[in-house]
Design a protein around this ligand. Structure first.
Ligand SMILES: Cc1ncc(COP(=O)(O)O)c(C=O)c1O
Length: 392
């Protein structure tokens, strides 16, 4: 049976052909920088090899500007953020999430701010924008920075403006499953000249992947675009399933972004608005189908947000039912994922109790993430909704 993968993107042969030009065109990164800067409406744009490198370099730049050391972040997000915070010599401080939109709880953030808070990391999880991001900026003291982690939310909007433009710094990821996938990559955006200068200096010190590494990334990108087709994915799944692991990250490699990836990024960005719209429509279709269904929590949407969903999160309150739904979706050929299996305080020893951040724990225990990428078809959305509502 064909399987619909949890991640996907509409990649054309012309994107691949154009990407190959990046091997010869040394100015590809510069050109992508220009169009990305215009797209995001941010003065400074700096590319890196990954979203986590982007986050780390952003933290390092902030650390230079202040003697404060605490970084507030949601208790349910990518574990690699904790690794980057520690690597930067800073202290992670968690706050609970809200079960309304699955992002950090703004009241909890307010209570967490101390005289030692360097910055607040607002991660727009699953592409759902934290609509109160402006409020966080306003309520925080002026010398507390705001980083928007848009690794999962590229293309999502609040009041018409793209996420990543509300704080002091925005970071994005171009990894395989992200909204603009160039098989790895990350970007830091900021309007602050001082921060930009420090970030640029750090990036200048990073190594450039060699030609063979660039070739390998390019081949993997081609393989990825093939794997997004259900017929090919079904075969690949059988092979890759054995190698899947959910190990806790301990470190990450840092390098410059490659011109080949930049060339691909520039191609994909041309059709990006269409793909974001599709992500929005797909997510909203599932949302409508599952709204107010017993035992299922779906994210609430403020009227001013337009999420380019990366995956669509639902929380199933009964764990046994959650497992049955996972099985029903898999049997129907729909890949689904539990994302990060635990909240951050259950993964790392950060000095918290098991029972702290109850919403993050409820969320991690009951989460099923669903595919809503641009390749998901309407009949597959119906299959998803049916598998969930009819599995009791
Ligand atoms: C919220 C969030 N932040 C940061 C990252 C790191 O991005 P990358 O995988 O490009 O290092 C991820 C990756 O999944 C993420 O989901």
């Amino acid at each position: 049976m064909n399987r619909r993968s949890i991640i996907g993107h509409d990649i054309h042969l012309s994107d691949i052909i154009s990407g190959s030009k990046g091997f010869l065109d040394g100015s590809a990164t510069e050109k992508f920088r220009e169009i990305f800067s215009a797209f995001i409406n941010s003065k400074h744009v700096h590319f890196t090899n990954s979203g986590i490198t982007a986050f780390y370099l952003a933290l390092k730049a902030l650390k230079k500007k202040s003697s404060k050391r605490e970084v507030i972040l949601p208790a349910y997000t990518a574990p690699s953020l904790v690794v980057a915070i520690k690597k930067a010599g800073l202290e992670p401080r968690l706050c609970d999430i809200s079960l309304r939109d699955f992002n950090m709880d703004v009241h909890a953030v307010e209570e967490m701010i101390t005289a030692n808070t360097l910055c607040i990391v607002c991660a727009h999880m699953f592409g759902i924008p934290l609509s109160e991001v402006k409020k966080i900026k306003e309520m925080a003291p002026e010398d507390v920075f705001l980083i928007e982690d848009c690794a999962q939310s590229m293309g999502s909007r609040i009041g018409g403006s793209l996420t990543g433009t509300f704080g002091d710094i925005g970071i994005f990821s171009f990894n395989r499953g992200k909204n603009l996938p160039t098989y790895g990559g990350g970007v830091i955006v900021t309007d602050a000249d001082g921060l930009s200068g420090d970030i640029e200096n750090s990036i200048n010190g990073l190594g450039v992947p060699g030609t063979s590494d660039q070739l390998s990334l390019f081949i993997k990108f081609i393989a990825l675009s093939a794997a997004f087709r259900p017929s090919i994915y079904s075969i690949l799944c059988l092979i890759t399933q054995k190698f899947r692991e959910d190990s806790v990250p301990t470190d990450f490699e840092m390098a410059k972004y490659t011109p080949v990836q930049a060339q691909i990024g520039a191609e994909l960005l041309q059709r990006f608005d269409d793909s974001s719209e599709r992500r929005y429509k797909n997510g909203m279709t599932i949302l409508k189908a599952l709204n107010n269904k017993d035992g299922i929590i779906v994210p609430g949407m403020e009227v001013n947000v337009e999420p380019a969903f990366n995956r669509f999160p639902v929380v199933v309150q009964d764990i046994n039912r959650m497992e049955r739904i996972e099985d029903a979706l898999t049997s129907a050929g729909i890949e689904n994922s539990r994302m990060y299996l635990k909240p951050l305080h259950h993964i790392f020893d950060l000095g918290y109790k098991e029972t702290d951040f109850p919403n993050a724990s409820i969320f991690a225990n009951g989460l099923i993430a669903l595919p809503v990428h641009p390749l998901v078809k309407d009949d597959e959305l119906n299959i998803i909704a049916e598998a969930i509502t009819e599995t009791k």
